[in-house]
Design a protein around this ligand. Structure first.
Ligand code: FAD
Length: 623
């Protein structure tokens, strides 16, 4: 704010000085010279300030310089070859890509295949031209994994955004086959009329992130009985040690000579298409049992090596399609907002109500601390209003427009949208019903719990447990029951606005920001103590509480070295037995442990795919 004010003031002061000189001719000459000087000065100041702003870390941010690659003749010919495969309108050259919250980089080409067969041909062509391949979904990842970065070869982004097919399997749709780019919101909408619930709901669902990226990250989210995005039934491509493309098929479909062509042409899948003998898991096995065993293990984390190689592969293989279990739709649901005086009470409710039995889990059980509540209220009203106005399904387009705009080579473009949201925030009505806002402001710790009924009395059991806790501590807890679908959706939107609002606040207040995602052991029942002297001005804490996965959104003073702060926080998390990252992936923000890097080397021995992810080598063959 202070910086922007200075920009407006400075030219004004200089102009006044110029016009006070006497003599008409000399005045006009001087005026012209003066105006020129003012222009140069203002330009210099603008570019300096823009430079300073870009150096400042926004939450998780880091700008990447374009790589200056040596382009070989084969690489030069690649765009034309790709046009021949996918059509010219689906190939864009020389693209500057901006990630959601983190990263900006240069891609030689962005290509959007429309079928699985085209995708394989595109992959072959890229391998032949010896470029680095970057699989990309909806680009909502917040650790920069799908944003181009400097590398020893040009990077080609293969976007899955045209691979949208969703095929519920059989009449009961107990499983669903999704093409890589199908969005999780679209899957949810497709399954609704079939009375089934989708496999994954993330805080970013309003941006329709892709199913394949969910698998590639092991994305988590709010729905605790489903576990992280995980499947051992997949169709994916990997590059072998000779640089050849290999198709891996663990889908468990009945044999087809050409499974890729079969899926491209399939309009529906019946149970007859499935190999009845296939017992491969299509969701995390026994997650509720694992979750309710409150031991020293973490519930889920990104460096977990369990399962087929496509899981948590972070773009080191190319996922074409996956099969996922679907879940029964609840017959009834009740959303409550429980506010507690202290964290111990919130934790007590977790143990005695939410995780008391694996057969009776709430559908969602989220935690939000006081500063997080204030942060969403002070920075998130705009995005909540926007979602309400344009609807979830249209927000992705607006979001992508914002990212495109922010990648323009103009001063301040990376902050304009958030500055605007920041200034407009107080003019927009509060996002939650009035009594809930009042309750929110009165307490420091908040739980959002959705209790659901599946026909075995689950809702009643959970509610009774909750009522017992409320009766035990009447002064320390307050409970608000959402009255209707509108109030429920408002509560969920308030929760989903957590990530965008910290961006808005840090930009609005002109500070640095940092987002950290970690899982604490299931029996860890405190709030992690932050290292001292980190100059944290605002600490927003929220959590997928049932899984003990935490997200810290920190606003930091402009003087601190954000990377250093991050390192110190990582150390504290490690010492307490936690794992970082938990669900956002390593991307370019976290160093993957040796075991993960070894696995990536095994599945991509030539380092053709997503080089440099998780601080691994970005050089061909990892040399
Ligand atoms: C507001 C907001 C809230 C969020 N909330 C959550 C949350 O609650 N839980 C959570 O886990 N995450 C959350 N995220 C992070 C993000 O939405 C998820 O990581 C999501 O799964 C990314 O999907 P995408 O399609 O946008 O992937 P992208 O960002 O496009 O890609 C992510 C990674 O997947 C790889 N990838 C993409 N497609 C393929 C493919 N076909 N084959 C192989 N690799 C591939 C990319 O190379 C990259 O490494 C949130 C993000 C935002 C902005």
């Amino acid at each position: 704010m202070l910086m922007l004010r200075r920009i407006h003031l400075q030219p004004g002061l200089m102009a006044r000085h110029v016009s006070s000189k006497p003599g008409k001719r000399s005045f006009s000459l001087r005026a012209v010279c003066g105006a020129g000087l003012v222009g140069c000065g203002a330009g210099y100041l603008l570019s300096r300030m823009d430079g300073q702003l870009r150096e400042r870390q926004l939450p998780g941010a880091g700008f990447r310089v374009c790589c200056e690659e040596m382009i070989t003749p084969k690489q030069q010919a690649l765009p034309n070859e790709l046009r021949g495969i996918v059509g010219k309108q689906h190939v864009v050259e020389n693209v500057t890509e901006t990630g959601t919250m983190v990263g900006k980089g240069h891609a030689m080409v962005v290509v959007r295949p429309g079928t699985l067969q085209e995708t394989m041909k595109v992959l072959e062509a890229c391998l032949n031209a010896e470029v680095a391949i970057l699989p990309q979904g909806a680009k909502t990842g917040i650790t920069g994994g799908s944003v181009p970065r400097p590398c020893d070869r040009p990077m080609v982004v293969i976007s899955t955004q045209r691979l949208q097919k969703i095929l519920p399997i059989g009449d009961e749709a107990k499983q669903v086959l999704c093409f890589a780019g199908a969005g999780i919101f679209s899957v949810q909408e497709t399954l609704k009329p079939l009375n089934r619930d989708s496999h994954s709901v993330l805080g970013s669902i309003f941006l329709n992130p892709s199913v394949a990226a969910g698998v590639a990250f092991g994305s988590g989210g709010t729905q605790i009985h489903k576990g992280p995005a995980f499947t051992n039934r997949a169709l994916y491509c990997r590059v072998d040690a000779n640089g050849q493309l290999k198709l891996v098929n663990t889908l468990g479909l009945n044999a087809h000579e050409d499974v890729v062509a079969f899926l491209d042409n399939a309009q529906a899948l019946s149970s007859k298409d499935m190999d009845a003998k296939c017992t491969r898991a299509a969701s995390w096995p026994k997650y509720p049992q694992h979750l309710t065993k409150l031991d020293g293990q973490v519930s889920r984390y990104n460096a977990d090596l369990t399962g087929e190689d496509c899981n948590r592969s972070e773009g080191k293989v190319f996922i074409l399609a996956t099969i996922h279990d679907t879940f029964p739709m609840p017959q009834e649901s009740k959303m409550v907002w429980v506010s507690c005086k202290d964290f111990a009470t919130a934790n007590h409710i977790k143990q005695k109500v939410a995780l008391a039995s694996p057969n009776c889990l709430p559908k969602q059980f989220e935690y939000m601390g006081r500063e997080q509540f204030d942060c969403v209220d002070q920075g998130g009203r705009g995005i909540i209003k926007l979602i309400e106005m344009v609807g979830m399904s249209n927000l992705g387009t607006l979001w992508n427009f914002k990212l495109k705009f922010e990648s323009l080579p103009l001063p301040f473009v990376n902050i304009i949208a958030d500055k605007l949201l920041w200034y407009l925030n107080s003019a927009i009505p509060e996002s939650l019903p009035k009594p809930l806002m009042e309750q929110g402001r009165k307490f420091d710790h908040h739980l959002i719990m959705e209790m659901t009924e599946f026909g075995n009395g689950e809702l009643k059991q959970l509610d009774e447990r909750l009522q017992r806790q409320l009766a035990l501590n009447p002064g320390d807890i307050s409970c608000y029951v959402c009255q209707d679908a509108f109030e429920k959706s408002r509560v969920m939107l308030f929760r989903f606005a957590v990530q965008p609002s910290i961006q808005t606040i840090t930009v609005g207040k002109g500070r640095q920001g940092l987002i950290i995602d970690y899982a604490m052991p299931k029996n860890f029942d405190r709030i992690l103590e932050m290292p001292k002297d980190c100059d944290i001005e605002m600490r927003c804490l929220c959590s997928h509480f049932g899984c003990n996965v935490f997200h810290e959104s920190l606003m930091l003073s402009n003087d601190v070295d954000v990377k250093e702060v991050k390192k110190r926080i990582k150390q504290v998390i490690d010492e307490a037995g936690g794992k970082l990252p938990a669900e956002h992936g390593h991307g370019t923000e976290y160093e993957a442990p040796c075991s993960t890097q070894e696995r990536w080397k095994r599945i991509d021995p030539t380092n053709s795919m997503n080089p440099g992810v998780g601080h691994s080598s970005s050089l061909k063959g990892y040399l």
